[in-house]
Design a protein around this ligand. Structure first.
Ligand code: ADP
Ligand code: ZN
Length: 770
């Protein structure tokens, strides 16, 4: 694709259109002279397609087409283009890099609620007080009551008035008949945060580490466009001779004050007349997080400066928030993964908080990684990018070490609070002493008891849900497996059910071990899960107020807020949970964090299992001691000397990085290579396996002279061989540079030799190998 086609002022005769229907390609149409002034890149148009009329989106303008006899565009829909030319260019990059058809890439950049025409602005009826000249007419009692309410407020939505006055629309209409009020329809913006009272905050005076980080970021934000980047890097002789990168990696320990640095960098960006995008993982997109940004920028007259995009909003709310950004009224977009496509223009700054988080990767097509898209978007639009984390991904830290990103470090807590003291408890010793699999070591038990006596709070962390994670017979080792997915079923005690986390398969709980030679009746009491921990706590500490917080207990978002509120207000002594409580939350009275089974996530068929465990432990440990009292962390483990546990214990990211990077290098795993994972899927295992062999052979032939250190491995059965009754086989490609490979794969894969009923998908830079 010629980038020249993307310049905005260019007016071609021909529009390239992607249709809102899965066809996997674009079509050229003539632009009729009457529509020429309305059509630009991003316009939604109606075009003839065969005998039908279809909706599409203009992706490019051109002067020439390879096709003769083009049909004309029929009409343009909507006054303003939905996708800006810049975001369109990003969508095109996504289609190419992640090997997906243009209409799929385009879908991901526009929220469903915006794409659908019917979900437009909401009109509401408003009641407004009209000026009275002189005396108020004598009103019946009901009308008088309504009048008193509306007179005081001057204007309010009819519906709210009716509720407040406990009256009917007819009564309000009577006031209208007498000329006292008017009732008019107005566009009413849905503001999901309308009911929050957020107190404005002022910038904090920064500590030296924060100041250094902020100054480095501001220097890049202030860099004049067009000025040679290389010229400036001369001022910093320590850096390698790469041009001054405009991507930063801010490695700051939990509580080092990264958010304050973000806030001040954002303020500076706004002063420059530019907007910004802040990405946070869905799970830490709590009201608390959003409040910190709103409090700095959304109070006072500029109330809509911050728009929030996330999955808990209703379609209508999402529509309104998105358009606030598109119309330039909101200048900061904060949201989860897909907020990277927010139509902020001009864009000055992108912040990716917790950049190591796996939820930035979308696990369906287009399988993009929002952090990587952020970097590409930053480059395309000349925006500064700040990646922040207490536990950076190996990939990002490696890029920083290599000088591709600029490394900023904040190794001390902003409030001078000490990092908590972490003790690793060897559970094998507790196992030898007791009967069955222990849940609490004597050390942790005693520490919890102390907290209860001192009225301090405890968080207990377990990386699984359900009563016991699996049903395993302690006598013979039998494990209840899912018949569809070849993973163990989860034991849910309250429902007395065995459930599969992948396909939802459900089974009854056996009364005795099903193995004919065993028949152990104690099978139900084995294993470990949040519910069992809860029960054990109830037994050990009968007077403690305990709440469990995991995705089972939190089907509704209000529960999430309520539990957090109760915990903050001291109504809960012990909070027990999964990932949900691992990040982003601040509780000053929490002085103890217990990690019940630290090695649960360690032994998996994924080269990132160790990294993930390290990140998790470090983040969880960071929850303790955020107040005035020093925090303490207990890590219970059956493999206490694993490096992921030992380095997390010492809060030593660099130490962990150094040993882990060596392992990655030896095995040529990322960041020393990039991975493309092909997955073949079908109901018949023979057919899947046959196709996989065949695809591999044809790739080997086609890519024989490809270069870039390409290695093709497999095919092998996926770790979860039969997910949802489909057999899956994988082929893993490792290569030094991905773009050339994904371009080739986009051509080769649609022509891949597949047997009937077998499908092939590709995941570029996969995060989860399961
Ligand atoms: P992080 O995002 O790195 O985990 P936070 O931004 O949440 O850290 O900061 C941790 C705590 O330190 C917060 O309570 C914050 O208000 C406080 N803090 C941050 N910067 C400063 C500062 N310069 N002076 C005093 N307190 C600060
Ligand atoms: Zn299953």
């Amino acid at each position: 694709m010629d980038f020249g086609l993307w310049t905005l002022d260019f007016q071609g005769m021909i529009a390239r259109v992607t249709l809102e229907m899965a066809l996997g390609k674009e079509f050229d149409y003539l632009i009729p002279p009457g529509l020429a002034s309305q059509i630009e890149v991003g316009s939604r148009v109606q075009v003839p397609f065969g005998p039908r009329k279809m909706m599409g989106c203009v992706t490019a303008l051109a002067e020439q087409s390879a096709h003769a006899k083009l049909k004309p565009i029929l009409k343009v829909i909507g006054a303003q283009t939905l996708v800006t030319a810049k975001v369109m260019r990003l969508a095109r990059w996504i289609g190419e890099y992640y090997c997906c058809p243009p209409e799929i890439a385009l879908k991901s950049v526009l929220p469903e609620a915006v794409r659908q025409e019917q979900a437009g602005w909401r009109e509401r009826l408003y009641v407004r007080v009209l000026p009275t000249n002189g005396e108020l007419p004598k009103l019946p009692k009901r009308q008088k009551e309504v009048w008193n309410i509306i007179e005081e407020r001057r204007e309010m939505p009819l519906k709210e008035l009716i509720e407040l006055a406990e009256t009917t629309a007819a009564t309000v209409r009577k006031l209208e008949d007498q000329g006292l009020v008017s009732i008019l329809s107005q566009v009413s913006e849905r503001d999901p945060y309308a009911h929050e009272h957020i107190l404005p905050t002022q910038p904090l005076p920064l500590n030296p580490e924060q100041l250094k980080a902020l100054e480095a970021i501001l220097a890049v934000i202030d860099r004049k466009p067009g000025k040679s980047a290389a010229a400036k890097s001369a001022a910093k002789p320590s850096s390698i001779s790469t041009p001054l990168s405009s991507t930063f990696l801010l490695h700051g320990v939990t509580g080092s004050g990264k958010t304050e640095v973000y806030l001040q960098a954002l303020a500076h960006t706004l002063e420059q007349g530019k907007g910004a995008i802040v990405l946070v993982p869905e799970i830490s997109l709590t009201p608390q997080t959003v409040e910190r940004f709103k409090a700095r920028f959304s109070s006072g007259p500029q109330k809509t400066l911050v728009a929030v995009l996330h999955s808990h909003l209703s379609g209508g709310e999402r529509h309104d928030e998105w358009h606030k950004i598109r119309q330039g009224r909101a200048r900061i977009a904060i949201g989860a993964r897909s907020a990277i496509f927010a139509p902020v223009d001009p864009l000055g700054l992108i912040i990716v908080d917790e950049e190591h988080e796996h939820t930035y990767k979308q696990e369906e097509s287009p399988r993009y990684h929002a952090r990587d898209v952020a970097i590409v978007r930053g480059q395309m639009e000349g925006a500064t990018v700040v990646l922040g984390s207490a536990t950076p991904s190996l990939e990002s830290y490696y890029n920083a070490v290599k000088g591709k990103y600029r490394l900023l470090e904040m190794l001390n807590r902003a409030d001078d609070k000490k990092l908590p003291y972490v003790r690793v408890v060897d559970m094998r010793q507790t196992l030898r002493k007791g009967q069955g699999i222990p849940i609490f070591s004597p050390q942790l038990k005693e520490a919890i008891q102390q907290r209860l006596e001192r009225a301090e709070q405890t968080i207990l962390f377990l990386n699984r849900r359900g009563y016991s994670s699996s049903l395993q017979c302690p006598a013979c080792g039998y494990v209840a497996d899912c018949p569809n997915c070849s993973i163990s079923l989860t034991y849910h005690r309250q429902e007395q059910k065995l459930l599969c986390h992948i396909c939802g398969h459900s089974d009854r709980v056996p009364v005795v071990c099903p193995q004919p030679k065993c028949r152990n009746p104690q099978i139900r009491y084995a294993g470990l899960g949040t519910q069992k921990v809860e029960e054990t706590i109830a037994k050990l500490f009968p007077h403690a107020r305990v709440r469990r917080m995991d995705s089972d207990a939190l089907k509704r978002k209000d529960d999430f807020r309520k539990i957090l509120g109760d915990f903050r207000n001291g109504k809960i002594d012990i909070l027990l949970g999964t990932q949900m409580i691992a990040k982003g939350l601040h509780f000053p009275n929490v002085t103890l964090v217990g990690i019940v089974y630290a090695d649960m996530a360690l032994h998996q068929a994924d080269f990132r299992a160790g990294e993930r465990t390290f990140q998790l432990l470090t983040q969880v440990a960071g929850r303790a001691g955020r107040g005035d009292i020093e925090g303490e962390v207990f890590v219970q483990a059956f493999t206490p000397f694993h490096p992921a546990i030992q380095f997390a214990r010492r809060h030593d990211f660099k130490g962990y990085y150094d040993q882990e990077i060596e392992f990655r290098q030896q095995l040529r795993y990322p960041p020393f290579s990039r991975v493309a994972m092909l997955t073949l899927k079908g109901r018949n295992e023979e057919k899947v396996k046959f196709s996989a062999d065949h695809v591999k052979k044809s790739l080997e032939k086609e890519l024989k002279d490809f270069g870039f250190g390409l290695v093709i491995a497999g095919p092998g059965p996926a770790p979860l061989l039969r997910a949802e009754t489909y057999y899956r086989y994988q082929i893993m490609l490792r290569v030094e540079r991905m773009s050339p490979l994904s371009k080739r794969l986009a051509i080769l894969l649609p022509a891949a030799p597949l047997v009937e009923d077998v499908t092939l998908s590709v995941d570029i830079d996969p995060m989860d190998l399961g």
